[in-house]
Design a protein around this ligand. Structure first.
Ligand SMILES: NC(=O)c1ccc[n+]([C@@H]2O[C@H](COP(=O)([O-])OP(=O)(O)OC[C@H]3O[C@@H](n4cnc5c(N)ncnc54)[C@H](OP(=O)(O)O)[C@@H]3O)[C@@H](O)[C@H]2O)c1
Length: 267
């Protein structure tokens, strides 16, 4: 048995691939030889992301679609499959922005929208992708959940509930897809320094008359992140590369917690 981290000749579809973790994952898979199709709602953002991944590359495709729309998802999957004659890897990372609110004060609609945009979105895309992935000898689905599903992070109960649904979905979809040889796993990232968080830190710093770095350090302290810092997106993408590659050939139904020790902070 020859094991390799390389992804030559494989095609990946990454939802939410226009920014943040999705983009970091697309870059890492592309660097290991995969052709990457990135999907999101905003064409300009996808084009800029495609340039960042490799403007001279014929291994990058942009697909404009909304994961809450079944017909748009079906059309995007057909295009992704036709692009290079097959689909091997699906990464679900598309999600609405984090809602920061006590659950006792949150409108029910906010919860259902968050669920529809992330957990149900992952299901829609996975369901549409399965017929293509089972034709691959290396079929993979990788769902980006979140550490709020596993530990209590104050103020983000909506994300916690949605990510818990993603964890359950991962394990049940893995059981159903196993007979087709498709491995389904997830990643729960801890606090990861994407652009969305950088913008949020800048706004918080302005409000508190402090700096983005001290806002970040304060959160590390409050949440008790053992490694004492935020994750870089590439550190989450590294786990996605493992799950996409032959190195994970006997792994399914798992959710890797890549959190710098956040999950172990309260004992
Ligand atoms: N960053 C963290 O610390 C962290 C921690 C735990 C979990 N996560 C999870 O990681 C994933 C990525 O988050 P991120 O930080 O990278 O945020 P991000 O930069 O906002 O990425 C989300 C992407 O999803 C796309 N998207 C949103 N709604 C969509 C829809 N209905 N249809 C298609 N595309 C849609 C967005 O593009 P458009 O708006 O242009 O469509 C955007 O490019 C999310 O699932 C998030 O919950 C992040």
């Amino acid at each position: 048995m020859t094991l390799s981290i390389r992804l030559d000749e494989r095609t990946a579809l990454i939802t939410g691939g226009g920014s943040g973790l999705g983009l970091a994952i697309a870059e890492v898979l592309h660097a290991q030889g995969a052709a990457v199709a990135i999907l999101g709602r905003t064409e300009g953002k996808l084009k800029a992301a495609a340039d960042q991944i490799g403007s001279d590359s014929d291994r990058v495709l942009t697909l404009t679609a909304d994961v809450t729309d079944d017909a748009a998802v079906a059309e995007a999957l057909t295009k992704a499959d036709e692009w290079r004659g097959g689909l091997d890897i699906l990464v679900n990372s598309a999600a609405p922005l984090l809602v920061n609110s006590a659950l006792s004060e949150v409108d029910e609609r906010v919860m259902t929208d968050a669920f529809d945009g992330k957990a149900a979105g992952y299901l829609r895309v996975s369901r549409a992708a399965l017929p293509y992935l089972r034709e691959s000898n290396n079929g993979r689905i990788i769902n980006i959940a979140g550490m709020a599903a596993h530990v209590l992070v104050p103020g983000i109960g909506v994300a916690a509930a949605v990510n818990a649904a993603v964890v359950a979905l991962t394990s049940y979809f893995a059981a159903e897809a196993a007979e087709h040889g498709v491995l389904v796993n997830g990643i729960s990232p801890g606090m990861t320094l994407t652009q969305v968080w950088k913008d949020r830190h800048a706004a918080m710093a302005e409000q508190n008359n402090s700096t983005p770095d001290s806002v970040r350090d304060g959160m590390v302290e409050r949440l008790g992140i053992r490694l004492g810092r935020w994750a870089q997106p590439e550190e989450i993408a590294a786990a996605a590369l493992f799950l996409a590659s032959d190195l994970s050939s006997y792994v399914t139904g798992q959710v890797l917690q890549i959190d710098g020790g956040l999950g172990k902070s309260v004992i």
